[in-house]
Design a protein around this ligand. Structure first.
Ligand code: ZN
Length: 701
């Protein structure tokens, strides 16, 4: 290695990544080195392929190791320690990385070798996880068009390029169209009842608009103030959503609602044509790859066995939700009437009156809950639960790992019975707006895998954006923050308690994405379990546990309008599935007809004739959710049903809870992507997933 690269921390390939030494200017030289090496390696691999595990999979895995040590930390630091220099380095290398991974996916010699391995003598001797790793690679290559030749291949590549353009155009149209929508509120009286944040956002947006050209606000208008206005309301979520919930002026709400429902459906930023074109191209792409419909192509790499399984789920959830959604609507109409609204309740009233109803029913705020949830106490509760359920021991190991910020904590996880270490994790708990991305996530740091004959234990990152400590007072968490921590910890457990030794399918690697939220949402359920929740509360001043009445309200508010929310998600999921299966993009009906029909069936307040919501449905037209929107519900069904096993056994039956916890560990947490998620689920539950538990937990049956 050249002298200049010798101490480059991105080129380390053993132990933990040296986060404390990593600098942005080391990224490009390190990545160029890794990519150059891998180019040499991939050629060598292609020359010496043999249809055996050792002849193809092992060298591919070995090639991946330096990438995981170099590129992994780059992505991680972008999220937690962002800087201009790091972003620039990332942008420079990113295209080369994409090229590199396509190079592997589209390698015909490697694909042919994997196919030969599947039909060869060694196949039956491989274990299930190895077979899954190979099948996953084959499918990925096939979906990248590796099996096509000549004209068909050309057409496939053309379609892929066109689809990537329609996807970008679709989201750009939404962005541009959204910029043209604004509502200026000048009268202070009209802001009555607005939350402070809406006033701040509205005034800020007004002031920014003075210097931009997307607004009718004049450049020399006087400066707005949060309390005195004027306020500029837009369709951006942090503006639109609280406005619809709190603004009393009904005609303003109607105006904004209609703008949202017809966004990007006319004029120069019109997505109508792109919808038809996208659906047509996807259909053709699916056909080239040998699938009847695009939905079949999408489901080929998911847990749901087929379109009918998805429609069955939608049906069985929607029927029982209907009467509840009707009752929800009646309650809103009643409240509106009693509060003096003479007009019938319409679409632009729903958010407003549900918020009033929520205030009436659950008169508590997150601020009231915070003093009960100091982070150290919550962590004790969470770890205690994990130890009890999964027979593990979690110990603090600060100082034993290089970290990227002094707030970061480090823990080790071992098997409680044998005492053997199984994994470790970093927890980066607090928000740092100047350098850290918003939201919360779990990501693998090092996968469990075999390196030179030795099992290397997995390491994961858990990143949250919780409230930071102030002085001597520890972080006081909002309830949602607690739930989020449980969620990410659930993903983390699947990453850490895996017993699979092949990086492709260990931990959450290779888990079908409609199943990947199982462990995370399963853990969330425990936040509503009385003993668990109360056990991790301790008022920062009084030392008291959360009072019962607050607990009851938390639980009740969880299911507030559950039927209505359920139907809305089902409406989107079903529309998406129909558009990508039975719908004929070249037929006489339009995509909007399909949506309207579904809405009439599923919704208690069917969409308006002029509704063009699909023109802004970026999840399926410019995101990764095409024929996959149902996944949200699918995963909820799984996690609720898994938790249901504990409820059925009785949450106070300690012996049974422990037994089930261990079974959960030995199936869902341990097998990860090494076994098909339907089989893993059956291993745990003894049967296929059932929607009953979700309906029960959300109070719909
Ligand atoms: Zn998640």
């Amino acid at each position: 290695m050249e002298e200049s690269l010798k101490d480059n921390p991105f080129l380390v390939t053993e132990g933990l990544p040296p986060y404390d030494r990593m600098q942005a200017d080391q990224v490009i030289p390190a990545m160029e080195r890794v990519i150059a090496e891998s180019e040499k390696r991939i050629e060598a691999i292609e020359q010496s392929l043999e249809p055996t595990w050792d002849g193809v999979m092992r060298p591919l895995e070995a090639m991946d190791l330096p990438f995981s040590y170099a590129w992994g930390p780059v992505g991680h630091l972008l999220g937690v320690k962002n800087s201009d220099d790091l972003r620039k380095a990332h942008e420079t290398i990113q295209p080369k990385m994409v090229e590199q991974s396509l190079r592997i996916d589209q390698s015909r010699p490697i694909y042919d070798c994997l196919k030969a391995l599947q039909s060869g003598a060694e196949w039956e001797q491989l274990d299930e996880a190895q077979q899954r790793a190979i099948e996953g690679k084959v499918l990925q290559a096939e979906h990248a068009g590796v099996g096509l030749e000549g004209e068909l291949k050309e057409r496939f590549l053309d379609i892929s390029r066109e689809l990537s353009k329609t996807s970008t155009d679709f989201s750009n149209n939404i962005l541009d169209a959204r910029k043209q929508v604004e509502l200026i509120i000048e009268n202070v009286d009209e802001s009555e009842g607005w939350p402070t944040t809406l006033k701040q956002i509205g005034a800020q947006s007004y002031n920014e608009a003075r210097s931009g050209d997307d607004s009718k606000v004049s450049a020399d208008a006087a400066e707005a103030t949060p309390d005195g206005g004027p306020w500029r309301i837009t369709l951006d979520y942090p503006s639109f959503s609280p406005f619809m919930q709190h603004h009393r002026g009904r005609s303003d709400r109607e105006l904004l609602y209609r703008a949202q429902m017809t966004l990007a459906s006319s004029g120069e930023h019109n997505n109508q044509g792109l919808i038809a074109q996208t659906l047509k191209l996807r259909k053709e792409k699916a056909a080239l790859l040998g699938y009847d419909t695009f939905a079949d192509l999408s489901l080929a790499s998911k847990m749901a066995p087929g379109v009918s399984a998805v429609t069955d789920m939608v049906e069985s959830l929607s029927m029982p939700s209907h009467p509840h959604a009707k009752a929800d609507l009646a309650a809103l109409a009643e409240l509106a009437k009693a509060s003096g609204q003479d007009e019938p309740l319409l679409h632009w009233d729903a958010a407003f009156w549900s918020e009033r109803l929520r205030e009436k029913l659950f008169d508590y705020t997150d601020e009231q809950l915070r003093p009960y949830f100091p982070l150290p106490r919550v962590l004790d509760g969470l770890f205690g639960l994990a130890e009890r359920l999964f027979d593990v021991k979690i110990t603090r190991a600060d100082g034993e790992a290089p970290i990227w910020h002094d707030e970061v904590q480090y823990f080790k996880v071992s098997d409680a019975t044998s005492g053997q270490q199984m994994a470790s994790f970093y927890l980066d708990p607090y928000s740092r707006p100047s350098e850290k991305r918003g939201g919360a996530w779990m990501a693998g740091c090092l996968d469990r895998r075999v390196v030179e004959g030795e099992v290397r234990l997995p390491v994961v990152h858990l990143v949250c954006n919780g409230t930071p400590p102030v002085g001597e007072t520890p972080s006081l968490m909002g309830f949602r923050e607690v739930e989020t921590l449980f969620h990410e910890f659930g993903h983390g457990l699947q990453g850490m308690l895996t017993t699979v030794n092949y990086a492709e399918v260990s931990g959450i690697g290779g888990v079908e994405w409609d199943a990947v939220e199982l462990a995370s949402q399963f853990m969330e359920n425990w936040c509503y379990h009385k003993e668990t929740l109360l056990g991790m509360t301790e008022h920062i001043e009084t030392g008291k546990a959360l009072p019962d009445d607050l607990y009851e309200k938390i639980v009740a508010s969880r299911n507030f309008r559950a039927g209505s929310l359920m139907l809305r998600q089902l409406e989107f999921g079903k529309t998406d599935m129909l558009l990508h299966s039975t719908f004929d993009p070249e037929g006489s009906a339009t995509a909007f007809d399909v949506h309207r029909e579904v809405s009439a069936e599923t919704s208690v307040m069917p969409s308006l004739e002029e509704d063009r919501f699909l023109c802004a449905f970026s999840h399926i037209f410019s995101g990764g959710y095409a024929a996959g929107y149902y996944s949200y519900k699918w995963a909820e069904v799984l996690s609720a049903d898994a938790f249901g096993a504990f409820e059925e056994a009785g949450l106070t039956n300690e012996a049974k809870v422990r037994e089930l916890g261990r079974r959960f560990r030995n199936t869902i947490l341990s097998l990860g992507g090494g076994r098909h998620p339907m089989d893993v689920f059956k291993d745990f539950r003894g049967r296929e997933p059932d929607t009953g538990a979700l309906l029960r937990q959300t109070g719909l049956v």
